[in-house]
Design a protein around this ligand. Sequence first.
Ligand SMILES: [Zn+2]
Length: 87
Amino acid sequence: MTIHIGSGRMPESKCPSCGETLSAATGIAKDEIPVPEPGNFTFCAYCGGLAVFTEGLELRFPTQQEREAAFRTVKELFETEGKGHNV
Ligand SMILES: [Zn+2]
């Protein structure tokens, strides 16, 4: 498995937690170059709040189900740390 990290612009959007304007994202993904897609989750660079990309790549609060899925994904990424992945 390879973990990729990539940055790119996204439409300006306000963080649903703190209200700061965000216009770029850095992604981490397994086995693919990360590009924000509707339904992906992200963390705000200002407050660390969890948010989800909408169809227009704006940000909204996650549902409880999305929140649980995001935490499972982050846990999996931490568990692979140091096990020979390429960054
Ligand atoms: Zn925020």
